[in-house]
Design a protein around this ligand. Sequence first.
Ligand SMILES: [Zn+2]
Length: 327
Amino acid sequence: MQAPLEPLAFTPILRRLVWGGRRLGTLLGKPIGDGDDYAESWELADYHDQVSVVRGGSHAGVSLRDLVRHRPADLFGKARADQEQFPLLVKLLDARENLSVQVHPDDVLGRELANDRGKTEAWVVLDAEPGSAIYAGLKPGVDRETLRRGIDSGQVESLLHRIDPKPGDCLLIEAGTVHALGGGVLVAEIQQMSDATFRVFDWNRVGADGKPRELHVEKAMRCIDFDRGPVDPVVPTPLVLENGDVREPLVSCAYFELERWTLSAATEIGRDDRFTILMTLEGEALVRAPRGDLPLRRGETILLPASIGPTVVIPVGRAAVLACQQP
Ligand SMILES: [Zn+2]
């Protein structure tokens, strides 16, 4: 007989890239070593050779891919059990430097141009240094020809919609939106399980070899939705519950729904017909589990399989917890 599933914590997969920093360790407690290029922590992944593995509990050592293969109804819920890959990728990104200006394809172009899914993603800002920026969408009126001229002349920044990010800001970057995460910003990212990215502009930088990094301008031009325009942080309508907790629906798209719970008392989160991903944005919480409560510190991620249904989440003091589900 198979052991019932439990709330699942996974070992983070750390990725070092030139634009990374140290805040994954210093602010979020990830096990970084020396070096100042810790760029990404893949919290929940089932992508080629990057696959999350359960840390602790009855299923310690089991991979997310094995759970998808062997326990799909328990993990996804019966009505969603036909999925062959975990559909969402959850990351933390520490941008010490600007990331390249880029665009992701939708599902149709992803298949055609990158043999991958499309990539719609959402960011929740965890930390933003003074003067840092997020670039999200093109300024009104920037058309194909204007952008092309900007790329050719190395002047793209003035064509991008710039926002001054604050902790708690949430942005939905739909496939086809030109965007860049600016240096100084630390975000949680929820996205389709895809790595299809086309670079439009790399800030006229050169790599370690003295040469500019490869751009993918033609493919990017096919993916950009020139009708989309600027993207601003979502303005949620908070729902205040009887116990004083606050629920804020942040994002609802074809691939995921995000809600922020600001908790001051134990609350049940989750559903029995789909999984729920929890991540603490502020403060600290505990997640009730059969072998003892699991800590959910800032930047930590726990997956609640559908089979366990609504699960008690206990704030330590006060905590803001992000909940992510499939629609
Ligand atoms: Zn992106």
